[in-house]
Design a binder for this molecule. Structure first.
Ligand code: UDX
Ligand code: UDX
Ligand code: ADP
Length: 470
């Protein structure tokens, strides 16, 4: 029996659920899409008359303007959303557990379980339930058990896994033109029918050969594997960047030469101060935990090294700053340009900038921060979380948030580029130089600026992965 999806509900209006379902609504005008969330402030922001959306993502506002109140709706009425829908995306948060079994590694599946139990409690008709949040392998199986144990008669649930591969900052173009859409289902007749129903939704704009259908567990594992292998590329190139700095080689040249091998490929080989974001570290730690649970300690150890190398890279970078500034930054003013975990997003989860600033704080430096997108309250919240024993008032004696890059660099000894915002390449570096104490240092943690141009102005420049003279 073929199911035709006409009403979709998405539980969770965050970085994944919001953009994904907004694009589904735009591309499928005949499908009604309702995104629900318990967080009223978030829903209000999605519904705001002047489109002050809760997340910053290039192109998102345009999509929401076109689809909202046409076939795209945002609501706090979770139960009604569930009852009305034929297909439900579960797109809630799955943070790393902070306590209990697997603390620091395993995913906290509490939100997924609560959302699943809610579906079971209020559904009165058949539903296709789609796991969209990144979750460890076999979560779909738990969801199925919960749904089946709690459902009413004549109410059947089919579970699919449909991991999202969008990257923040390019979410909308990733969703418009995905490399692939992955759908996992049980290989039963019903499972395959549910899979086809969801595939049909994507087929409204995604070419058929890019819609991959696999088993449930392969789908779940593929998401963890994709993120782990992407992060592994960055840790590999960052490990090589340390060798470059020590030998006089240049990581740009090495990455270019290596990436030219079609078996390796050129993308995702940019050395940096370290990767951040809500996914990479979390998903690798999930994989580590999964491997340990499966009694595969060598496998766990292998993947763990990707995170260990990332921590090392951040520490190595802040040490370079201290060493270069004559082994002390006490009382010195350091401008940190960028606080988001990458450009074109206001998201700060696991941002390397947080670690750098915490390191500079413990060296008793004075820090000026500037980021074009991140809210000031978010910066204070992140810095407080990074130094839980330091009261905010003390943090604020050391750290100031500035309203422009130029202002942040005034009277500083050093500029540290922590996020690759384009505007940092194009600031008036002559002006920055004039306002700084001399010698004026630039530490480029993102391979962003033209070091030779800056040296001509008078700066001493240190670029990650380049073993050249300052
Ligand atoms: C990632 C995956 O790319 C995406 O497919 C998945 O769905 C979610 O996780 P995201 O974290 O949003 O997306 O951004 P991404 O572009 O992957 O960058 C992650 C981090 O790696 C950032 O801190 C970025 O600056 C860093 N990075 C990326 C590098 O340091 N070097 C690179 O070459 C690429
Ligand atoms: C390798 C490099 O490919 C080549 O560029 C370099 O100049 C020399 O080293 P080679 O060792 O001759 O070449 O063969 P290659 O095809 O790379 O295979 C190496 C090993 O990896 C083989 O044992 C092969 O069976 C194995 N392999 C390769 C896999 O197990 N899986 C793969 O996906 C690819
Ligand atoms: P992601 O980056 O995975 O999208 P976010 O934290 O941005 O994660 O978004 C997840 C959203 O899910 C949050 O806005 C949160 O309020 C919402 N949420 C969590 N649990 C539930 C639930 N049981 N019902 C409805 N919404 C939920």
């Amino acid at each position: 029996s073929t199911v035709k999806v006409t009403k979709i509900c998405c539980i969770g209006a965050g970085y994944v659920g919001g953009p994904t379902c907004a694009v589904i609504a735009l591309r499928c005008p005949h499908v009604q899409v309702t995104i629900v969330d318990l967080n009223k402030a978030r829903i209000d922001a999605w519904n705001s008359p002047d489109f002050k959306l809760p997340i910053y993502e290039p192109g998102l506002e345009d999509v929401v303007r076109k689809a909202r109140d046409r076939n795209l709706f945002f609501s706090t009425d979770v139960d009604k959303g569930i009852q009305d829908a034929d297909l439900i995306f579960v797109s809630v948060n799955t943070p790393t557990k902070k306590s209990g079994v697997g603390a620091g590694f395993a995913a906290d599946l509490n939100y997924v379980e609560l959302a699943t139990r809610r579906i079971a409690a209020v559904a009165t008709s058949n539903k296709i339930v789609v796991e969209k949040s990144t979750v460890p392998c076999r979560t779909a199986e738990s969801m199925r058990t919960i749904l089946e144990a709690n459902s009413k008669p004549n109410c059947r649930f089919d579970i699919l896994s449909n991991p999202e591969f969008l990257a923040e900052g390019t979410a909308i173009s990733d969703l418009f033109k995905p490399d692939r859409v992955l759908i996992g289902s049980l290989q039963t007749l019903e499972g395959k029918a549910a899979c086809s129903a969801l595939a049909e939704v994507y087929a409204n704009w995604v070419p058929a050969d890019r819609i991959l259908t696999v088993g449930l567990w392969s789908s779940e594992l593929s998401k963890l594997a994709a993120n782990a292998m992407l992060a592994q590329r960055i840790s590999s190139i960052n490990a090589l960047s340390a060798i470059c700095e020590a030998t006089g080689a240049n990581i740009d040249e090495v990455a270019h030469a290596v990436g030219f091998d079609s078996r390796v490929g050129p993308k995702f080989l940019r050395a940096s101060v370290g990767f951040g974001g809500s996914c990479f570290q979390k998903d690798i730690l999930n994989l580590v935990y999964l491997s340990e649970s499966l009694h595969l300690p060598e496998v766990a150890e292998y993947w763990k090294q990707v995170v260990v190398m990332n921590e090392y890279q951040k520490r190595r970078f802040s040490k370079t700053v201290v060493d270069t500034l004559f082994n002390t930054i006490t009382g010195k003013r350091i401008a940190v340009l960028g606080f988001a975990f990458k450009a074109d997003t206001g998201d700060t989860r696991e941002s390397p900038a947080i670690t750098l600033i915490r390191d500079f704080q413990s060296e008793k430096a004075l820090i000026n921060v500037y980021d074009p997108q991140v809210e000031h309250e978010q910066i204070w919240a992140d810095l407080t979380e990074a130094s839980p024993s330091t009261p905010l008032a003390s943090i604020q004696k050391q750290v100031s948030i500035c309203s422009s890059a130029l202002e942040a660099c005034k009277n500083a000894e050093a500029v540290v580029i922590a996020t690759e915002w384009k505007e940092f390449r194009d600031i008036d570096w002559e002006q920055v130089y004039k306002g700084m104490n001399k010698p004026a240092f630039v530490f480029d943690g993102r391979l962003l600026v033209d070091a030779d141009k800056l040296r001509k102005i008078g700066f001493k420049v240190n670029t990650i992965g380049r073993g050249e003279r300052m």
